[in-house]
Ligand binder design. Structure first.
Ligand code: F6R
Length: 603
């Protein structure tokens, strides 16, 4: 959570920092700030709320010439979203920005207060700057003081620090939160991800946990955890930012829903053979000795994992269990080495998921990550990775990442089915033909979007939504409910259709909205009976199906299809657009819903 940027150079520092923060605003947006040091003078600006407020505050500020600066966009963990709690945090002569959590900040704070340091904020971050200044007094040299500070910090952090005692230098450290360095001519940058650097830098250095050092106008000094000097590895940065723009859509989420057909085509590219799936990135050895797959993730990625578990057991005939990462971490799980540990993550940075991956590796399990961000922490940590190729996802509510995860899982279940001989070549070839058609199932038709837009006005009230489905449509129901609650702030739950009568049906009345997923190719009659039970108790029913359903109050017709997975993808789009249109009618910020952030790098 939180986004950080830094800059050293002679060009428009204010614009560089603010534009960089704009690219990272998805990581948190309850306040933002920048600190710029020119010769011996600090200029500092902070504002609560979206970045626009900070832009307004800095509009008459025009620094010129060589300067160094740091910036931050915040997602509050310790302390309310106020200006005092916004970063950069100040000491006597230094400023710091931080992404992560300092777990021992309370004890450090007490000690520093006893030493006479005055704290202005409620944040954990502020201890870093005072600790640095405390060490600087004793050690006199900023690099030594910075290292002494790092030695005392516990928790996760990516930190940038600037100080008058080294006025052309930015000190940095990475431990558990993402950060990279960008080089563009004689300018140097820091950012939490590579997006802000596109167009500004030619090369980047992806920092690893434990790495630290400093940047100045003419030096990049990198050290490992033991402060031994290491050579930075430069990697080329792509030059196109086009894919990160809105392309005329009202919201990134909307653009990303419409992009799904294209990105799924990309996901499939080069991976579909005649009767086999090719994952060039996988070594077939990965599955040798494996008797179980354990899938672990959070949020939307957890929902795709849950859906995948049906496919792995059905097609690959392999035992499959699914875990919520934040639960798995602390349940003292049994991990046996015949299990392949698979983490799923759009960002590759989610703290809980990343930690479970580290746990599994420590227990000696083989690991695989299904991820959308190359070079992310999880991709670097896992034994093997499959990239989902969804492109940059900017809407906080995940859409195309989920779609591409599902496509990867379907392919992976067939890849394994071949290895385990659990399906014939003819069966696999049939599935491959079905996979080729997935991009066409998610094309958004104007009439469908218009129908959902009109329908959305009927669903702005009520005491709750139940999204129900069976089999893979149950995780899809969970995902539909998550989409709706994230961006509409209405209460919604996903439930297995057959489970409603075991409790939740007690809630049924006209103000309870049931969104029923009724695929014709999978357990249609069973689902229908469950929906009828709800209808008989007067719940308002919105049915999504290819087959007309006379008990529905509202009916959204999808195409008649030959396979349930095609129905799955088409219904997924319906649920995404329905949530989007309800959110728009309620006047909410679709791309930046309240209290959420795109990348959750704290546990
Ligand atoms: C929902 C959403 C979140 C994420 C979750 C995991 O729309 O975006 O629930 O799915 O925070 O994030 P990743 O997939 O990046 O690990």
């Amino acid at each position: 959570m939180c986004g950080i940027v830094g800059y050293i150079g002679k060009n428009k520092i204010k614009e560089v920092l603010l534009e960089g923060l704009g690219e990272l605003e998805y990581r948190g947006y309850d306040s933002a700030g920048i600190a710029i040091l020119q010769e011996d003078n600090f200029s500092i600006f902070k504002a609560v709320g979206k970045l626009e407020n900070l832009r307004n505050k800095t509009k008459d500020f025009h620094p010129e010439g060589f300067s160094i600066g740091i910036g931050h966009t915040r997602w509050a963990t310790h302390g309310k979203p106020t200006e005092l709690n916004a970063h950069p945090h100040v000491g006597e002569n230094s400023y710091v920005v931080h992404n992560g959590i300092i777990e021992n900040y309370q004890e450090l704070k007490q000690r520093l207060q006893a030493e006479g340091f005055n704290f202005l904020s409620q944040t954990d971050t502020e201890v870093i700057v005072h600790l640095f200044e405390s060490h600087l007094k004793a050690l006199k040299e900023p690099l030594k003081a910075f290292r002494a500070t790092l030695d005392e910090l516990e928790g996760a952090y990516a930190v940038l620090l600037i100080t008058k005692s080294a006025p052309d230098t930015i000190f940095f450290a990475k431990h558990g939160s993402p950060m990279l360095i960008g080089i563009g001519g004689d300018e140097k940058h820091f950012a939490s991800s590579d997006t802000p650097l596109i167009g500004l830098c030619t090369d980047v250095i992806y920092l690893h946990d434990g790495e630290n050092g400093y940047l100045s106008a003419d030096a990049v000094e990198l050290f490992n955890e033991s402060y031994e000097k290491i050579d930075p590895v430069l990697k080329p940065l792509p030059s196109s930012k086009l894919s990160a723009q809105k392309d005329g859509f009202r919201f990134f989420m909307e653009k990303e829903i419409y992009e799904q057909s294209q990105v799924i085509t990309d996901t499939l590219m080069g991976r579909l053979g005649e009767a086999e799936i090719n994952f060039e990135e996988l070594d077939s050895e990965l599955f040798v000795g494996i008797n179980e797959i354990k899938l672990c993730a959070c949020g939307t990625s957890y929902h795709s994992a849950l859906a995948a578990s049906y496919l792995f057991e059905r097609y690959s005939k392999i035992r499959c269990s699914v875990e919520i990462a934040s639960e798995f971490r602390y349940k003292q799980p049994l991990m046996t080495q015949d299990t392949l540990f698979v983490v799923i993550s759009q960002s590759g940075e989610t703290a809980d998921t990343l930690e479970t991956l580290k746990m599994a590796k420590k227990a000696g399990l083989k690991s695989l990550v299904i991820c959308n961000v190359d070079n992310s922490s999880m991709v670097r940590e896992a034994d093997a990775s499959i990239l989902t190729r969804a492109g940059i996802e900017k809407g906080v509510a995940s859409t195309k990442a989920f779609a591409t995860q599902m496509v990867v899982f379907w392919m992976l279940s067939l890849y394994l089915a071949k290895q385990r001989a659990s399906m014939t070549s003819v069966e696999i070839a049939e599935h491959i033909s079905l996979l080729r058609e997935v991009p066409s199932t998610v094309v958004v038709k104007d009439e469908l979007h218009e129908k959902l837009r009109r329908l959305s006005k009927r669903y702005l009230h009520g005491h709750g939504f139940f999204f129900i489905g069976r089999d893979v449509f149950y995780p899809l129901a969970l995902e539909g409910a998550l989409k709706l609650k994230e961006i509409s702030y209405l209460h919604a739950e996903g439930y297995p259709s057959g489970e409603m009568k075991h409790g939740p049906i007690a809630l049924a009345d006209p103000e309870l909205f049931t969104i029923a997923l009724m695929p014709t190719n999978l357990l249609y009659e069973k689902t229908k009976s469950n929906v009828e039970e709800l209808s008989a108790r007067d719940s308002t029913i919105c049915a999504i199906s290819a087959r007309e359903f006379d008990k529905a109050d509202d009916f959204i017709q999808i195409q008649e299809r030959s396979h349930y997975m095609h129905e799955f993808f088409e219904m997924m789009v319906v649920l995404q657009i329905l949530s989007l249109e309800i959110s728009v009618r309620l006047g909410n910020d679709v791309d930046m819903p309240r209290n959420l952030a795109k990348s959750v790098t704290v546990e």
